[in-house]
Design a protein around this ligand. Structure first.
Ligand SMILES: Nc1ncnc2c1ncn2[C@@H]1O[C@H](COP(=O)(O)OP(=O)(O)OP(=O)(O)O)[C@@H](O)[C@H]1O
Ligand SMILES: [Mg+2]
Length: 352
């Protein structure tokens, strides 16, 4: 069993009577790359600031390495923090920015030099040591912020949307760097973002937040393939959805009537209502006439290079997005009739 590093227990927080966090609970284990994923304003930064100690919760506890740190000031918590904006000291050179956390702890000059050099290598900042923050790029500044947080050997590193101020290319590059640093150092990380791609590609575990609450915790695979509700399903990727009514259930096969006909869905999920939504992801549709067939016309498409997402419009006017590989795409023309199907175990059911 992996070692527990951080536990957040029953956290509530309000500002001026307005609830911002409601009963937040989760545990982060050693070497985890734990993501908190949720839309803007759902309370992610507030939660991270509570863990770091900059904000006090109204209720609940923060436990680090089995010790209750809820009342301990931030500088005594041994937690590293990387903010959305780089927040470097502009009057200090890169090397001094990185060394700062060790200087205030009165380590010997020799130790500081050794440790700073080590971190400069890990974060690939060689050659920039004597420049000021204003003389380096945004991506490099964020590397310095990472280095500064890592140099003091924190128990855990918190990152609040560290890539959001960077352009797309730098973001991709630094995303890979953070993944490498996580792997090389083995440090436990909690990373906050509203970008599902970041969470899916980096995370070992994702906690999905919706409006002040965590609604699901699981691996990227679990969350993508078995989302708890329509919100999670659509936040973590694309889905097609239809309203339906369960007309029969036999073992784990549901027979569901919809505007587009009867669908058979195979699931072990407990469903307590007759009125449901059925959903499937674009890549779950196959261009064959098997079970769960949908017929329509090719309405339009989005070309992504590796795949093409095509929109199909049915006679009833429902629009479905399906994803196909580019190499198969030249078979189709706009306006043409198209038939596809979705296998029973690739359809998700949610209560309405
Ligand atoms: N110091 C504060 N005083 C009053 N309200 C606050 C304070 N800090 C945050 N809030 C409110 O709490 C809610 C959650 O804010 P928070 O910054 O935690 O969201 P977030 O999920 O990080 O959003 P974003 O993705 O935009 O960064 C917002 O409605 C915000 O206005
Ligand atoms: Mg935020």
């Amino acid at each position: 069993m992996a070692k527990e590093i951080l536990t957040v227990e029953n956290i509530d927080k309000s500002y001026n009577g307005k609830v911002v966090l409601k009963n937040i609970n989760f545990t982060v284990y050693e070497n985890d790359f734990f993501f908190i994923l949720g839309p803007s304003g759902c309370g992610k930064t507030t939660l991270l600031r509570i863990i770091a100690g900059f904000v006090e919760p109204d209720r609940g506890r923060v436990i680090l390495n089995k010790k209750d740190i809820t009342k301990i000031p931030p500088n005594k918590r041994n937690i590293g923090f990387v903010f959305q904006n780089y927040a470097l000291w502009p009057h200090m050179k890169v090397i001094e920015n990185i060394a700062y956390g060790l200087r205030v702890k009165n380590y010997t000059e020799e130790f500081i030099k050794k440790k700073v050099n080590e971190i400069i290598k890990i974060t690939r900042l060689e050659g920039l040591e004597n420049l000021y923050p204003s003389q380096i790029s945004g991506g490099q500044q964020q590397r310095v912020a990472l280095a500064r947080a890592l140099v003091v050997n924190p128990q855990i590193l918190l990152l609040d949307e560290p890539l959001s101020n960077l352009d797309a290319k730098l973001r991709d590059e630094l995303r890979r760097e953070i993944k490498r640093i996580h792997k090389e150092t083995g440090i436990t990380m909690v990373y906050v973002t509203h970008d599902q791609k970041e969470a899916m590609t980096l995370g070992t575990t994702i906690g999905v937040m919706k409006d002040k609450e965590i609604v699901q915790i699981g691996s990227p695979y679990e969350i993508y393939t078995n989302p708890i509700d329509i919100f999670v399903a659509s936040f973590i990727g694309e889905i097609n959805t239809l309203k339906g009514e369960i007309v029969k259930k036999e073992q784990d096969i549901f027979k569901i009537e919809t505007e587009e006909g009867i669908f058979f869905v195979k699931t072990k999920k407990q469903i307590n209502s007759e009125n449901v939504y059925i959903s499937f992801r674009p890549e779950s549709a196959i261009n064959e006439e098997k079970v769960n067939v949908i017929k329509g016309r090719l309405h339009d498409y989005e070309f992504y290079g590796d795949i093409v997402k095509i929109n199909i419009i049915t006679q009833k006017g429902n629009l479905f997005k399906i994803g196909i590989y580019t190499k198969d795409f030249n078979k189709y023309k706009k306006g043409e009739n198209i038939v596809f199907s979705v296998s029973e175990d690739r359809i998700m059911v949610f209560e309405q």
